[in-house]
Design a protein around this ligand. Structure first.
Ligand code: FCB
Length: 452
Protein backbone atom coordinates (compact mmCIF):
# COMPACT_ATOMS: atom_id res chain seq x y z
CA UNK A 1 0.00 0.00 0.00
CA UNK A 2 1.28 3.48 -0.81
CA UNK A 3 1.55 6.09 1.93
CA UNK A 4 -1.52 7.83 0.61
CA UNK A 5 -3.69 4.74 0.83
CA UNK A 6 -2.67 3.63 4.29
CA UNK A 7 -5.37 1.87 6.26
CA UNK A 8 -7.05 4.38 8.57
CA UNK A 9 -7.10 3.35 12.21
CA UNK A 10 -9.42 5.90 13.72
CA UNK A 11 -12.00 6.89 16.27
CA UNK A 12 -15.13 8.99 15.81
CA UNK A 13 -17.08 11.65 17.69
CA UNK A 14 -19.73 14.24 16.87
CA UNK A 15 -19.88 17.91 17.81
CA UNK A 16 -23.01 18.00 19.93
CA UNK A 17 -22.08 14.87 21.82
CA UNK A 18 -18.76 16.21 23.11
CA UNK A 19 -18.26 19.95 22.66
CA UNK A 20 -20.64 21.34 25.27
CA UNK A 21 -22.73 24.54 25.17
CA UNK A 22 -24.13 24.02 21.69
CA UNK A 23 -26.99 26.28 22.65
CA UNK A 24 -28.13 27.28 19.18
CA UNK A 25 -29.24 23.94 17.77
CA UNK A 26 -32.47 21.96 17.72
CA UNK A 27 -31.14 19.25 20.08
CA UNK A 28 -30.31 21.76 22.78
CA UNK A 29 -33.91 23.03 22.65
CA UNK A 30 -35.26 19.44 22.64
CA UNK A 31 -33.24 18.63 25.76
CA UNK A 32 -34.63 21.68 27.57
CA UNK A 33 -38.12 20.29 26.88
CA UNK A 34 -37.23 17.24 28.97
CA UNK A 35 -37.05 14.86 26.02
CA UNK A 36 -33.96 12.92 27.07
CA UNK A 37 -35.08 9.73 28.81
CA UNK A 38 -33.08 10.53 31.92
CA UNK A 39 -34.14 14.18 31.94
CA UNK A 40 -30.50 15.17 31.39
CA UNK A 41 -29.32 17.99 29.15
CA UNK A 42 -26.05 18.07 27.22
CA UNK A 43 -24.82 21.17 29.09
CA UNK A 44 -21.04 21.29 29.13
CA UNK A 45 -20.91 17.73 27.79
CA UNK A 46 -17.28 16.59 27.96
CA UNK A 47 -16.04 20.20 27.63
CA UNK A 48 -14.20 19.14 24.50
CA UNK A 49 -14.49 22.76 23.29
CA UNK A 50 -11.83 23.65 25.86
CA UNK A 51 -10.02 20.32 25.98
CA UNK A 52 -9.74 19.30 22.36
CA UNK A 53 -5.96 19.22 22.45
CA UNK A 54 -6.01 16.77 25.32
CA UNK A 55 -8.51 14.62 23.44
CA UNK A 56 -6.38 14.60 20.32
CA UNK A 57 -3.43 13.65 22.51
CA UNK A 58 -5.37 10.57 23.61
CA UNK A 59 -5.96 9.66 19.97
CA UNK A 60 -2.28 10.11 19.18
CA UNK A 61 -1.28 8.17 22.27
CA UNK A 62 -3.28 5.21 20.99
CA UNK A 63 -1.42 5.38 17.70
CA UNK A 64 -4.47 6.34 15.65
CA UNK A 65 -3.83 7.91 12.26
CA UNK A 66 -7.34 9.26 11.64
CA UNK A 67 -10.08 11.08 13.50
CA UNK A 68 -13.71 11.51 12.45
CA UNK A 69 -15.48 14.57 13.88
CA UNK A 70 -18.38 16.76 12.84
CA UNK A 71 -18.61 20.47 12.24
CA UNK A 72 -21.42 22.06 14.23
CA UNK A 73 -23.41 24.07 11.71
CA UNK A 74 -25.18 26.03 14.49
CA UNK A 75 -21.83 27.29 15.73
CA UNK A 76 -20.70 28.47 12.31
CA UNK A 77 -24.05 30.03 11.43
CA UNK A 78 -25.94 30.74 14.65
CA UNK A 79 -28.35 33.02 12.75
CA UNK A 80 -29.28 32.91 9.06
CA UNK A 81 -27.26 35.99 8.17
CA UNK A 82 -24.40 35.61 10.61
CA UNK A 83 -21.18 33.60 10.53
CA UNK A 84 -19.19 33.24 13.75
CA UNK A 85 -15.47 33.81 13.12
CA UNK A 86 -14.53 32.47 16.57
CA UNK A 87 -16.22 29.15 15.89
CA UNK A 88 -14.69 28.92 12.43
CA UNK A 89 -11.28 29.58 13.90
CA UNK A 90 -11.78 26.91 16.54
CA UNK A 91 -12.27 24.29 13.81
CA UNK A 92 -9.23 25.64 11.98
CA UNK A 93 -7.22 25.00 15.15
CA UNK A 94 -8.76 21.55 15.50
CA UNK A 95 -7.48 20.68 12.03
CA UNK A 96 -4.07 22.25 12.82
CA UNK A 97 -3.84 20.02 15.87
CA UNK A 98 -4.89 16.94 13.91
CA UNK A 99 -2.18 17.68 11.39
CA UNK A 100 0.45 18.03 14.11
CA UNK A 101 -0.48 14.59 15.42
CA UNK A 102 -0.75 13.01 11.95
CA UNK A 103 -4.45 12.33 12.43
CA UNK A 104 -6.18 12.44 9.07
CA UNK A 105 -9.50 14.22 9.57
CA UNK A 106 -12.73 12.75 8.31
CA UNK A 107 -15.11 15.69 8.47
CA UNK A 108 -18.85 15.15 8.89
CA UNK A 109 -20.96 18.10 7.83
CA UNK A 110 -24.23 17.09 9.47
CA UNK A 111 -24.41 14.78 12.47
CA UNK A 112 -28.07 14.96 13.60
CA UNK A 113 -28.07 18.59 14.82
CA UNK A 114 -29.28 21.63 12.89
CA UNK A 115 -29.28 25.32 13.79
CA UNK A 116 -32.45 26.33 15.59
CA UNK A 117 -33.33 28.91 12.93
CA UNK A 118 -33.14 26.16 10.28
CA UNK A 119 -35.23 23.73 12.36
CA UNK A 120 -37.81 26.46 12.94
CA UNK A 121 -38.19 26.78 9.16
CA UNK A 122 -39.02 23.06 8.95
CA UNK A 123 -35.50 21.65 8.83
CA UNK A 124 -34.99 19.31 5.89
CA UNK A 125 -38.73 19.23 5.21
CA UNK A 126 -38.41 22.73 3.85
CA UNK A 127 -37.94 22.71 0.04
CA UNK A 128 -35.33 25.48 0.52
CA UNK A 129 -33.29 23.32 2.89
CA UNK A 130 -30.81 22.08 0.25
CA UNK A 131 -30.01 25.69 -0.69
CA UNK A 132 -29.59 26.70 2.94
CA UNK A 133 -27.37 23.70 3.69
CA UNK A 134 -25.29 24.31 0.59
CA UNK A 135 -24.51 27.83 1.78
CA UNK A 136 -22.99 26.34 4.94
CA UNK A 137 -21.09 23.69 3.00
CA UNK A 138 -19.62 26.28 0.65
CA UNK A 139 -18.47 28.28 3.63
CA UNK A 140 -16.72 25.19 5.05
CA UNK A 141 -15.11 24.54 1.66
CA UNK A 142 -13.85 28.11 1.41
CA UNK A 143 -12.52 28.23 4.99
CA UNK A 144 -11.07 24.75 5.48
CA UNK A 145 -11.69 22.71 2.35
CA UNK A 146 -8.12 22.89 1.10
CA UNK A 147 -6.97 20.72 4.01
CA UNK A 148 -9.71 18.09 4.05
CA UNK A 149 -9.62 15.12 1.73
CA UNK A 150 -12.12 12.83 3.44
CA UNK A 151 -15.69 14.12 3.77
CA UNK A 152 -18.91 12.68 5.15
CA UNK A 153 -21.85 14.88 4.21
CA UNK A 154 -24.54 13.29 6.40
CA UNK A 155 -24.44 10.95 9.35
CA UNK A 156 -27.18 8.32 9.17
CA UNK A 157 -29.79 10.14 7.10
CA UNK A 158 -32.27 7.28 7.49
CA UNK A 159 -31.98 7.37 11.28
CA UNK A 160 -32.52 11.13 11.16
CA UNK A 161 -35.65 10.78 9.03
CA UNK A 162 -37.05 7.91 11.11
CA UNK A 163 -36.08 9.58 14.39
CA UNK A 164 -37.76 12.84 13.47
CA UNK A 165 -40.99 11.64 11.82
CA UNK A 166 -41.58 8.00 12.79
CA UNK A 167 -39.85 6.98 16.00
CA UNK A 168 -40.25 10.23 17.90
CA UNK A 169 -36.73 10.15 19.33
CA UNK A 170 -35.31 13.20 17.56
CA UNK A 171 -36.64 16.72 17.31
CA UNK A 172 -39.34 17.61 16.31
CA UNK A 173 -40.46 14.07 17.22
CA UNK A 174 -43.68 14.00 15.19
CA UNK A 175 -45.46 10.91 13.92
CA UNK A 176 -45.87 11.74 10.23
CA UNK A 177 -44.75 8.72 8.19
CA UNK A 178 -45.25 10.48 4.86
CA UNK A 179 -42.64 13.06 5.89
CA UNK A 180 -39.90 10.39 6.07
CA UNK A 181 -39.71 10.24 2.27
CA UNK A 182 -39.91 13.99 1.85
CA UNK A 183 -37.10 14.51 4.32
CA UNK A 184 -34.96 11.89 2.57
CA UNK A 185 -35.45 13.63 -0.75
CA UNK A 186 -34.28 16.98 0.57
CA UNK A 187 -31.33 15.40 2.36
CA UNK A 188 -30.43 13.54 -0.82
CA UNK A 189 -30.55 16.75 -2.79
CA UNK A 190 -28.44 18.45 -0.10
CA UNK A 191 -25.93 15.63 -0.30
CA UNK A 192 -25.73 15.69 -4.09
CA UNK A 193 -25.19 19.45 -4.18
CA UNK A 194 -22.52 19.16 -1.46
CA UNK A 195 -20.83 16.30 -3.29
CA UNK A 196 -20.63 18.37 -6.46
CA UNK A 197 -19.53 21.54 -4.65
CA UNK A 198 -16.74 19.79 -2.75
CA UNK A 199 -15.35 18.23 -5.91
CA UNK A 200 -15.81 21.37 -8.00
CA UNK A 201 -14.71 24.05 -5.59
CA UNK A 202 -11.76 22.49 -3.79
CA UNK A 203 -9.16 23.58 -6.28
CA UNK A 204 -6.01 24.33 -4.36
CA UNK A 205 -5.00 21.77 -1.76
CA UNK A 206 -2.78 22.25 1.30
CA UNK A 207 -1.61 20.29 4.30
CA UNK A 208 -0.33 16.73 4.75
CA UNK A 209 -3.15 15.11 2.75
CA UNK A 210 -3.04 17.47 -0.23
CA UNK A 211 -1.93 14.72 -2.62
CA UNK A 212 -4.75 12.39 -1.67
CA UNK A 213 -7.89 12.16 -3.76
CA UNK A 214 -10.97 13.86 -2.42
CA UNK A 215 -13.45 11.30 -1.13
CA UNK A 216 -17.04 12.23 -0.28
CA UNK A 217 -19.70 9.91 1.09
CA UNK A 218 -22.25 9.41 3.84
CA UNK A 219 -22.25 7.26 6.97
CA UNK A 220 -25.14 4.83 6.72
CA UNK A 221 -26.48 3.10 9.83
CA UNK A 222 -26.81 -0.61 9.07
CA UNK A 223 -28.58 -3.22 11.17
CA UNK A 224 -28.54 -6.95 10.56
CA UNK A 225 -32.31 -7.56 10.53
CA UNK A 226 -34.04 -10.85 11.35
CA UNK A 227 -37.62 -11.96 11.86
CA UNK A 228 -38.34 -12.14 15.58
CA UNK A 229 -40.36 -15.34 15.07
CA UNK A 230 -38.48 -17.23 12.38
CA UNK A 231 -41.68 -19.05 11.31
CA UNK A 232 -43.92 -16.00 11.10
CA UNK A 233 -44.61 -14.90 7.51
CA UNK A 234 -45.17 -11.25 8.41
CA UNK A 235 -42.04 -11.06 10.57
CA UNK A 236 -40.09 -12.62 7.70
CA UNK A 237 -41.53 -10.09 5.26
CA UNK A 238 -40.83 -7.22 7.63
CA UNK A 239 -37.19 -8.14 8.02
CA UNK A 240 -36.81 -8.26 4.23
CA UNK A 241 -38.43 -4.86 3.86
CA UNK A 242 -36.21 -3.45 6.62
CA UNK A 243 -33.06 -4.78 4.98
CA UNK A 244 -34.06 -3.01 1.79
CA UNK A 245 -35.56 0.12 3.20
CA UNK A 246 -33.14 0.78 6.03
CA UNK A 247 -29.83 -0.66 4.86
CA UNK A 248 -30.02 -0.27 1.15
CA UNK A 249 -32.08 2.75 0.09
CA UNK A 250 -29.35 5.31 0.59
CA UNK A 251 -26.66 3.37 -1.15
CA UNK A 252 -28.92 2.71 -4.10
CA UNK A 253 -29.69 6.41 -4.32
CA UNK A 254 -26.04 7.48 -4.09
CA UNK A 255 -24.76 4.96 -6.56
CA UNK A 256 -27.45 5.52 -9.16
CA UNK A 257 -29.46 2.37 -8.53
CA UNK A 258 -32.88 3.88 -7.99
CA UNK A 259 -34.85 0.67 -7.48
CA UNK A 260 -35.35 0.81 -3.73
CA UNK A 261 -36.59 4.36 -4.08
CA UNK A 262 -39.71 2.69 -5.40
CA UNK A 263 -40.75 2.03 -1.82
CA UNK A 264 -44.04 3.76 -1.07
CA UNK A 265 -42.64 6.45 1.20
CA UNK A 266 -40.07 7.46 -1.33
CA UNK A 267 -42.11 7.16 -4.45
CA UNK A 268 -42.87 10.86 -4.91
CA UNK A 269 -39.66 11.95 -6.55
CA UNK A 270 -39.28 15.65 -7.13
CA UNK A 271 -37.67 16.21 -10.53
CA UNK A 272 -34.46 17.65 -9.10
CA UNK A 273 -33.85 14.41 -7.20
CA UNK A 274 -34.44 12.33 -10.28
CA UNK A 275 -31.63 14.22 -11.94
CA UNK A 276 -29.34 13.17 -9.13
CA UNK A 277 -30.23 9.54 -9.54
CA UNK A 278 -28.72 7.57 -12.33
CA UNK A 279 -25.21 8.76 -11.56
CA UNK A 280 -22.84 8.02 -8.71
CA UNK A 281 -22.63 10.76 -6.09
CA UNK A 282 -20.37 9.14 -3.52
CA UNK A 283 -16.77 7.96 -3.56
CA UNK A 284 -17.04 5.45 -0.74
CA UNK A 285 -19.67 3.72 1.38
CA UNK A 286 -19.57 4.52 5.10
CA UNK A 287 -20.91 1.83 7.43
CA UNK A 288 -22.03 2.60 10.97
CA UNK A 289 -22.59 -0.83 12.43
CA UNK A 290 -23.46 -1.81 15.99
CA UNK A 291 -25.93 -4.67 16.19
CA UNK A 292 -28.79 -6.80 14.85
CA UNK A 293 -32.52 -6.10 14.88
CA UNK A 294 -35.48 -8.46 15.39
CA UNK A 295 -38.75 -7.37 13.85
CA UNK A 296 -42.20 -8.52 14.77
CA UNK A 297 -45.69 -7.60 13.77
CA UNK A 298 -48.71 -7.21 15.97
CA UNK A 299 -47.33 -6.16 19.32
CA UNK A 300 -48.06 -2.55 20.08
CA UNK A 301 -44.87 -0.67 20.47
CA UNK A 302 -43.08 1.73 22.66
CA UNK A 303 -42.78 3.80 19.51
CA UNK A 304 -46.36 4.58 18.63
CA UNK A 305 -49.59 2.94 19.68
CA UNK A 306 -51.00 2.78 16.16
CA UNK A 307 -47.81 1.47 14.56
CA UNK A 308 -47.78 -2.23 15.34
CA UNK A 309 -44.18 -3.07 14.50
CA UNK A 310 -41.77 -4.00 17.26
CA UNK A 311 -38.00 -3.78 16.94
CA UNK A 312 -35.67 -5.28 19.48
CA UNK A 313 -31.93 -5.48 19.33
CA UNK A 314 -31.21 -8.77 21.11
CA UNK A 315 -32.90 -11.88 22.47
CA UNK A 316 -32.85 -12.57 26.19
CA UNK A 317 -30.10 -15.15 25.98
CA UNK A 318 -27.73 -13.26 23.69
CA UNK A 319 -24.66 -11.37 24.89
CA UNK A 320 -25.43 -7.68 24.74
CA UNK A 321 -24.22 -4.19 25.54
CA UNK A 322 -25.51 -1.99 28.33
CA UNK A 323 -28.01 -0.57 25.84
CA UNK A 324 -29.32 -4.09 25.20
CA UNK A 325 -27.79 -4.28 21.71
CA UNK A 326 -26.67 -7.80 20.75
CA UNK A 327 -22.95 -8.28 20.22
CA UNK A 328 -23.05 -9.68 16.71
CA UNK A 329 -19.83 -9.24 14.72
CA UNK A 330 -20.98 -11.48 11.84
CA UNK A 331 -23.47 -8.76 10.91
CA UNK A 332 -20.61 -6.37 10.15
CA UNK A 333 -19.14 -8.97 7.81
CA UNK A 334 -22.47 -9.32 6.04
CA UNK A 335 -22.77 -5.54 5.60
CA UNK A 336 -19.27 -5.25 4.14
CA UNK A 337 -19.89 -8.07 1.69
CA UNK A 338 -23.16 -6.43 0.67
CA UNK A 339 -21.25 -3.16 0.18
CA UNK A 340 -18.91 -4.93 -2.18
CA UNK A 341 -21.75 -5.43 -4.65
CA UNK A 342 -21.56 -1.66 -5.29
CA UNK A 343 -17.86 -1.94 -6.18
CA UNK A 344 -16.84 1.06 -4.11
CA UNK A 345 -14.37 1.38 -1.25
CA UNK A 346 -15.76 1.07 2.26
CA UNK A 347 -14.99 2.84 5.51
CA UNK A 348 -16.32 1.56 8.81
CA UNK A 349 -17.33 5.02 9.99
CA UNK A 350 -18.65 3.84 13.40
CA UNK A 351 -18.55 0.66 15.44
CA UNK A 352 -18.53 0.35 19.21
CA UNK A 353 -20.26 -0.69 22.42
CA UNK A 354 -21.82 0.89 25.51
CA UNK A 355 -19.73 -0.74 28.22
CA UNK A 356 -18.96 1.36 31.30
CA UNK A 357 -16.73 -1.23 32.96
CA UNK A 358 -14.88 -2.06 29.74
CA UNK A 359 -15.66 -5.71 30.25
CA UNK A 360 -16.59 -6.46 26.65
CA UNK A 361 -15.03 -3.67 24.58
CA UNK A 362 -11.68 -5.38 23.99
CA UNK A 363 -13.29 -8.54 22.71
CA UNK A 364 -15.84 -6.52 20.73
CA UNK A 365 -13.02 -4.66 19.04
CA UNK A 366 -11.10 -7.81 18.17
CA UNK A 367 -14.12 -9.70 16.86
CA UNK A 368 -15.27 -6.82 14.65
CA UNK A 369 -11.76 -6.16 13.35
CA UNK A 370 -11.52 -9.84 12.49
CA UNK A 371 -14.59 -9.39 10.33
CA UNK A 372 -12.83 -6.50 8.62
CA UNK A 373 -9.74 -8.61 8.07
CA UNK A 374 -11.83 -11.42 6.64
CA UNK A 375 -13.78 -9.11 4.34
CA UNK A 376 -10.52 -7.65 3.03
CA UNK A 377 -9.19 -11.13 2.36
CA UNK A 378 -12.39 -11.81 0.40
CA UNK A 379 -11.78 -8.77 -1.77
CA UNK A 380 -13.80 -6.03 -0.07
CA UNK A 381 -11.86 -2.79 -0.28
CA UNK A 382 -12.09 -1.61 3.34
CA UNK A 383 -9.97 1.51 3.72
CA UNK A 384 -10.41 2.31 7.40
CA UNK A 385 -12.05 1.57 10.73
CA UNK A 386 -13.29 4.32 13.07
CA UNK A 387 -14.22 3.16 16.53
CA UNK A 388 -17.17 4.86 18.24
CA UNK A 389 -16.11 6.64 20.25
CA UNK A 390 -12.86 8.36 21.12
CA UNK A 391 -14.29 9.45 24.48
CA UNK A 392 -17.47 8.97 26.52
CA UNK A 393 -20.16 11.40 25.45
CA UNK A 394 -23.76 12.54 25.45
CA UNK A 395 -25.68 9.66 23.89
CA UNK A 396 -28.69 11.59 22.53
CA UNK A 397 -32.01 10.35 23.96
CA UNK A 398 -30.18 8.08 26.44
CA UNK A 399 -28.17 10.86 28.06
CA UNK A 400 -24.82 10.32 29.73
CA UNK A 401 -25.23 6.79 31.05
CA UNK A 402 -24.07 4.77 28.04
CA UNK A 403 -20.29 4.81 27.95
CA UNK A 404 -18.95 4.33 24.44
CA UNK A 405 -15.49 5.81 24.95
CA UNK A 406 -12.11 4.27 24.40
CA UNK A 407 -11.31 6.96 26.94
CA UNK A 408 -13.50 7.45 29.97
CA UNK A 409 -14.63 10.87 31.15
CA UNK A 410 -15.26 11.77 34.77
CA UNK A 411 -18.02 14.34 34.40
CA UNK A 412 -17.42 15.81 37.85
CA UNK A 413 -14.03 17.21 36.85
CA UNK A 414 -13.72 16.38 33.12
CA UNK A 415 -10.68 14.19 33.73
CA UNK A 416 -10.02 11.73 30.92
CA UNK A 417 -8.23 8.41 30.98
CA UNK A 418 -7.69 5.61 28.51
CA UNK A 419 -9.60 2.43 29.26
CA UNK A 420 -7.78 -0.94 29.04
CA UNK A 421 -9.47 -1.59 25.68
CA UNK A 422 -7.85 1.58 24.34
CA UNK A 423 -4.46 0.19 25.29
CA UNK A 424 -5.37 -3.05 23.56
CA UNK A 425 -6.45 -1.13 20.44
CA UNK A 426 -3.16 0.68 20.50
CA UNK A 427 -1.21 -2.60 20.69
CA UNK A 428 -3.24 -3.99 17.81
CA UNK A 429 -2.49 -0.93 15.70
CA UNK A 430 1.20 -1.03 16.57
CA UNK A 431 1.40 -4.71 15.59
CA UNK A 432 -0.05 -3.94 12.17
CA UNK A 433 1.74 -0.76 11.26
CA UNK A 434 5.03 -1.29 9.58
CA UNK A 435 4.09 -4.87 8.72
CA UNK A 436 0.80 -5.55 7.03
CA UNK A 437 -0.94 -2.26 7.68
CA UNK A 438 -4.49 -3.56 7.21
CA UNK A 439 -6.20 -5.80 9.78
CA UNK A 440 -4.82 -9.36 9.72
CA UNK A 441 -6.61 -12.35 11.16
CA UNK A 442 -3.42 -13.98 12.45
CA UNK A 443 -2.45 -10.89 14.42
CA UNK A 444 -5.95 -10.44 15.77
CA UNK A 445 -6.06 -14.09 16.81
CA UNK A 446 -2.97 -13.58 18.92
CA UNK A 447 -4.86 -10.86 20.79
CA UNK A 448 -7.94 -13.01 21.28
CA UNK A 449 -5.67 -15.24 23.29
CA UNK A 450 -4.37 -12.36 25.32
CA UNK A 451 -7.91 -11.33 26.23
CA UNK A 452 -8.78 -14.66 27.79
C1 FCB B 1 -24.90 6.20 16.09
C2 FCB B 1 -24.72 7.70 16.04
C3 FCB B 1 -23.69 8.19 17.04
C4 FCB B 1 -23.82 7.49 18.37
C5 FCB B 1 -23.85 6.00 18.19
C6 FCB B 1 -23.91 5.21 19.47
O1 FCB B 1 -26.09 5.83 15.50
O2 FCB B 1 -24.31 8.09 14.77
O3 FCB B 1 -23.83 9.59 17.15
O4 FCB B 1 -24.92 7.96 19.03
O5 FCB B 1 -24.92 5.64 17.37
Amino acid sequence: MSASSKFLWGAATSSHQIEGDNTKNDWWAWEQMGKVETGEVSGKSTDHWNRFQEDLDLAAQMGLNAYRFSIEWSRWQPYPDQWDPVAIDWYRQLIDECEKRKLKPMVTLHHFTSPLWFAERGGFLNPDSPTLFLKFVKKVISELGDRISLWCTFNEPMVLAVGQYLGGFMPPGEFKPDCVGKLCHHILKSHVQSYDAIHRETKKRNGPWREEPIEVGIANNMIDFFPDRSWHPIDIGLSKVARNFFNRTWWDALTGRPQSFGLPWLIKKPPQVLEALGRRTCDYLGINYYTKGYLSWGSLTQVQADFPIQVKFAKETEPKSELGWAIHPEGLGRMMRFAQTYQLPVYITENGIADATDKYRGQYLISHLKQVAEAISQGVQVKGYFHWSLIDNFEWIKGYEPRFGLAQVDYSNFQRGLRPSARLFSKIIAMHQGYFDQPQIAILNSFTHEQK
